[in-house]
Design a protein around this ligand. Structure first.
Ligand SMILES: [Zn+2]
Length: 431
């Protein structure tokens, strides 16, 4: 460590040294071919529409951590799903919003109602006092959450049944059995494997137990359950609301906003068909009003692609303000995600389609929008009927550079701070 009065002198010398090293490196660096700039796709002016007065934002969070001083390595997780209802009119009338995002937190909370579902999930080697091994305890914990959780009329378990629409073969939960039993029939919560008699739970249809393994951390299995519960919570809420006259009136005024792509990946992709079918059924019951479900995506290949396109050469300046673009399958395959099969992009995983918006204020938002009136592949359908309403709602709520206010609020409710969550799990060591 230099003496305090020496520090400035040293850092100046270090700066010079770094400059010299990078100059020498530059002399050796071969000239790359400069990329021809990609043409800007057909960003269309959008029609100014009325935003939805209420936003319901849904976000989940989970952490996974080791319980100290236990052998073999024993782990657990916490999972949280939050639904926040935001009165947009009142929110926008609060001082200083949305430009700075800084406002009195008490006033901010007065514009919201929220509901949070939380659960502790066993990780590897976590056995229960009643003798369940970790993987079985994990399965029964999910099953209990499905049977007890609801945001209105039915349990999350019944919502899952509605999305599955029938039984499916899975790997027998008994690791010593090689058969492929069926998941429980509609309205049943459990069934049995014909070959070994093992209980098959409705929760097993999500197949997270297939990637749960005592030999390695099970954060991926927990993450899959979080994603499944986010989708189930949304659909549970929509199915409950559409059943009543007042619920249908509410649906016509609400924009539902999720975080991340509107999609179900990997083993929970089994939910996607059911979600598409349910969104269409709910939209038909609402007619002539429309269902608006969308999401904001903050990272990933799409976000990166449109960020690069928007450099001209200064960041965020090439796409004209007040325009939107709906990439179709050809555009996605040629520019964003290479075609590896004949299948259209996202056909078996997505229940929304990508949408890029440059607002009048110059914010670039990357959204996914559900399109209940169209059948997949959504990327080849005409523009969604709710397009202008979705843009108007999103544009009003953008904050910061390319962020989305309702999701920041939902995330604040759902987020389990890593340090706090880890401490809670560590406290199990004493029990
Ligand atoms: Zn079996």
């Amino acid at each position: 460590m230099p003496y305090p009065n020496e520090r400035a002198g040293f850092s100046a010398i270090e700066d010079l040294e770094r400059r010299r090293i990078i100059d020498a490196f530059g002399d050796k660096l071969a000239q790359g071919e400069s990329h021809p700039r990609k043409p800007l796709p057909n960003f269309q002016p959008f029609t100014r529409s009325t935003p939805r007065p209420v936003v319901v934002a849904l976000d989940g969070s989970n952490i996974y951590h080791r319980i100290p001083a236990r052998l073999p390595a024993t782990e657990a997780g916490l999972l949280s799903i939050s639904i926040v209802r935001i009165d947009v009119e009142r929110l926008l009338n609060l001082a200083q919003l949305p430009k700075s995002g800084a406002t009195d937190p008490v006033e901010l909370r007065s514009t919201e109602d929220s509901s949070t579902l939380q659960m502790a999930l066993p990780g590897r080697n976590a056995r229960s006092v009643d003798g369940q091994l970790s993987r079985d305890w994990f399965r029964t914990t999910i099953q209990e959450a499905l049977e007890s959780g609801n945001y209105g009329r039915e349990s999350l378990a019944l919502t899952l049944h509605a999305l599955l629409d029938g039984q499916r073969n899975i790997k027998c939960p008994n690791l010593d059995c090689n058969s492929s039993p069926l998941t429980p029939p509609p309205n049943a919560m459990r069934s049995q494997c014909d070959a070994c008699g093992q209980d098959v739970l409705l929760a097993d249809s999500l197949r997270a137990q297939e990637i749960f393994d005592d030999h390695q951390p099970c954060g991926d299995a927990h993450g899959r359950i979080r994603e499944a519960f986010e989708i189930l919570s949304l659909m549970n809420l929509l199915r409950g609301l559409v059943e009543t006259e007042s619920g249908r009136r509410a649906l016509a005024r609400i924009a539902f906003v999720l975080d991340g792509p509107l999609a179900a990946f990997s083993t929970i992709a089994v939910l996607q068909r059911g979600v598409l079918r349910e969104l269409t059924r709910i939209e038909n019951l609402l007619s002539p009003e429309r269902l608006l479900v969308m999401s904001a995506v903050k990272t990933g290949t799409f976000v990166q692609h449109f960020s690069e396109l928007d450099e001209a050469p200064a960041p965020d300046s090439r796409i004209p303000n007040g325009r939107a673009f709906l990439p179709d399958d050809d555009y996605i395959r040629e520019n964003i995600i290479a075609r590896t099969t004949d299948q259209p992009w996202g056909e078996i995983t997505y229940f929304g389609r990508p949408l890029v918006v440059k607002t009048d204020e110059g914010q670039r938002l990357f959204l996914n929008v559900a399109q209940p009136e169209a059948s997949p592949p959504l990327t080849n359908a005409a523009a969604p009927r709710v397009l202008d309403e979705a843009i108007a709602t999103a544009a009003r709520l953008g904050i910061g550079r390319h962020e989305f206010l309702p999701l920041r609020r939902a995330h604040a409710k759902a987020a389990i701070p890593l340090r706090v969550g880890s401490k809670i799990i560590e406290s199990l060591a004493g029990s």
